[in-house]
Design a protein around this ligand. Structure first.
Ligand SMILES: Cc1cc2nc3c(=O)[nH]c(=O)nc-3n(C[C@H](O)[C@H](O)[C@H](O)COP(=O)(O)OP(=O)(O)OC[C@H]3O[C@@H](n4cnc5c(N)ncnc54)[C@H](O)[C@@H]3O)c2cc1C
Length: 437
C-alpha cells in the first residue's frame, strides 16, 4: 500500500510530505542582489541560521538548490537525541577543556532549546518531548552505554538506567536487556520544523530562494559574489550549510565526511491495541547497532522505523528487507503491519562523529557533519554560526574552528559506502552469534 499524499522522490516516497505544514513562499533568484549574509543550503542548519541572523536585523539571503527541506532535513527520523557518542572527558581531550565545557553545557540544554524555539516561534511541527530510549543491542554495548550515562550524569544530565523489564515496559520491545533513558529527548516532524524555521526567517525579513543552486563563489574586493544560473548575491559573509549534499562549491569540503545513507519506512497507523504495546508513552528509541535501528510515532500513530542504507534508492542491496527484518526484531508484534512508504537520505558522518565548524577563508563559514544527530544539533550549530558571523570570538563558541581537512583517500572509500550497510548488519549479527549479547 502506498500513501497517496506523500512526495515522489528518486528513492521512493518521503512520508513527511503528506503531513507537513505549509511550504514557505520562495522564488527563484533571478537578479543581482546585495546582502549582509548569504546562506547556502535550505535544511535545518541553513534555515535556523537565516532565522537567527534576520532576527538580529541583518539582511540575509538563503539559496537552496531544490526546495526548502529537500535534503536530510525533510527525510529525517526527526528524533531529538540530545547527546554525543563521546563522554565529556573525551570531548575535552579533543577540543580542549574550555571549549569542551562550553560544548557540554550547550549539549545538555540542546533539546530544551529546540522545543523552546518551537514554542517561541509558534512552529507547527507535532513536537513531543517524551524522552529518548537508547538501547543496547549486546553486552559490550551495554558496558559502553553505562559508562556514557555515568559520565554525562556527573556533569549534570538526568539519564536513568533501565534493565530488561524496564526497557520492555517503556518501549514495548523485548529485544533489549538494557537502555539509557534521556528524559529531555523527543521527536518532531522534521520537514514541518524546517519549513517553520524558513517561514519565521522570512517573517524577520530574510529572502529565501529555491531551485537556485549556487554554482560558484568569487571574491570581489572585501565581499563574495555567490552566483546561480540566473542571478547572484554579493555579501561580506557566506555561510555554507550543505551537509551531506555538499558539492564542489568549496574545495575539498565534501571530502571532510563520509556521505552515508539512512533509510526509513512508515507503517500504516497502529490500532489502539497495538499502540498500547509499542512505545506506549510515545518515547523515541534508537539502539547501539552499527546499522542503528531507530523508531518513533508520527502524529497519526504510524511507526517510523529506520536503519542504515546503501544508496538514494532505499531498496538497494536488500534495504527494504533489512528495514522489515529490523522492525520485526525490535517489535515482533508489528510483523504483519502494512508499510505505507519507504525512503532514503544522506547523512554526513565525520571520522570522530562530531560536527565541524570551519572558516576556510575570511568571510566564509561552514557548519556540517552532524553524523546522524542533526535534529537538535543543527540548531546548536546554527546558533554558533550566527554568533560567530555577528562577531563573537572563537573563545566563546561551543565548537572549535577547524581547518577543512580532507579525509585521506575519501574519494575512493566513499565509493564503498553502498557496501557499508550490509557489512554493518553482518557485524551486528556476529555480535549475537559470538555470544556478546
Ligand atoms: C533518513 C534520515 C533519518 C535521520 N534521522 C535522524 C534522527 O532521527 N535524528 C537526528 O538527530 N538526525 C537524523 N538524521 C540526520 C539529520 O536529519 C541531519 O543531520 C540534518 O537534517 C542535517 O541538516 P542540514 O540542514 O545540515 O542538511 P540538509 O538538510 O541535508 O540540507 C542541505 C541542503 O543543501 C542544499 N545544497 C547542497 N548544495 C547546494 C548548492 N550548491 N547550492 C544550494 N543549495 C545546496 C541541498 O539541496 C540540501 O537541501 C537523519 C537523516 C536521514 C537522511
Amino acid at each position: 500500500m502506498t500513501n497517496p499524499g506523500s512526495k515522489e522522490s528518486t528513492n521512493g516516497r518521503i512520508h513527511w510530505y503528506s503531513t507537513a505544514g505549509a511550504a514557505p513562499d520562495c522564488s527563484v533568484l533571478a537578479s543581482e542582489i546585495d546582502a549582509d549574509f548569504v546562506v547556502v543550503g535550505g535544511g535545518l542548519t541553513g534555515t535556523r541560521t537565516a532565522l537567527g541572523l534576520a532576527e538580529q536585523g541583518a539582511k540575509v539571503a538563503l539559496l537552496e538548490a531544490r526546495e526548502i527541506g529537500w535534503g536530510a532535513s525533510g527525510r529525517s527520523g526527526g528524533q531529538c537525541n540530545p547527546m554525543w557518542r563521546a563522554t565529556p572527558d573525551d570531548l575535552a581531550q579533543r577540543v580542549g577543556d574550555a571549549c569542551g565545557a562550553r560544548l557540554v553545557e550547550t549539549t545538555i540544554g540542546s533539546a530544551d532549546a529546540l522545543f523552546r524555539d518551537i514554542e517561541t516561534y509558534g512552529i507547527d511541527c507535532d513536537p513531543e518531548q517524551n524522552g529518548w530510549v537508547q538501547a543496547a543491542h549486546c553486552g559490550k554495548a551495554q558496558n559502553s552505554l553505562e559508562r556514557l550515562g555515568e559520565a554525562w550524569n556527573k556533569v549534570g544530565t538526568n539519564i536513568s538506567f533501565q534493565d530488561r523489564a524496564q526497557t520492555q515496559a517503556i518501549s514495548g520491545s523485548p529485544a533489549y536487556a538494557f537502555s539509557l533513558f534521556h528524559p529531555n529527548g523527543g521527536h518532531v516532524h522534521p520537514l514541518s520544523l524546517t519549513r517553520g524555521f524558513a517561514r519565521t526567517a522570512i517573517k524577520f525579513g530574510a529572502q529565501l530562494f529555491e531551485n537556485s543552486p549556487v554554482l560558484g563563489m568569487t571574491r570581489v574586493g572585501s565581499k563574495w559574489k555567490v552566483a546561480t544560473a540566473n542571478g547572484s548575491v554579493t555579501a561580506p559573509q557566506v555561510i555554507l550549510t550543505t551537509n551531506a549534499y555538499s558539492d564542489d562549491l568549496w574545495p575539498k569540503l565534501r571530502q571532510t565526511f563520509y556521505p552515508l545513507v539512512s533509510i526509513s519506512l512508515a507503517t500504516a497507523p497502529l490500532s489502539d491495541n497495538l499502540q498500547k504495546t509499542v512505545l506506549p508513552n510515545a518515547v523515541t528509541i534508537a539502539d547501539s547497532r552499527r546499522a542503528i535501528y531507530y523508531s518513533r510515532y508520527d502524529r497519526d500513530r504510524r511507526l517510523i522505523f529506520g536503519c542504515v542504507g546503501s544508496t538514494e534508492n532505499a531498496a538497494t542491496l536488500g534495504g527494504i528487507q533489512r528495514l522489515k527484518r529490523g522492525l520485526r526484531t525490535v517489535f515482533p508484534q508489528l510483523a504483519d503491519q502494512p508499510i505505507e512508504a519507504t525512503w532514503a537520505g544522506r547523512i554526513a558522518v565525520t571520522p570522530e562523529m562530531m560536527p565541524h565548524l570551519h572558516e576556510p577563508d575570511s568571510g566564509v563559514l561552514a557548519g556540517l557533519g552532524f553524523s546522524g544527530r542533526g535534529i537538535a544539533m543543527t540548531s546548536v550549530m546554527a546558533r554558533t554560526l550566527v554568533k560567530k558571523a555577528l562577531g563573537a570570538g572563537d573563545e566563546t563558541l561551543p565548537f572549535p574552528v577547524l581547518p577543512v581537512r580532507p579525509i585521506p583517500f575519501q574519494p575512493v572509500t566513499r565509493r564503498l559506502i553502498p557496501l557499508a550497510a550490509p557489512a554493518m548488519t553482518l557485524r551486528d549479527r556476529l555480535d549475537a552469534v559470538l555470544g556478546r549479547s
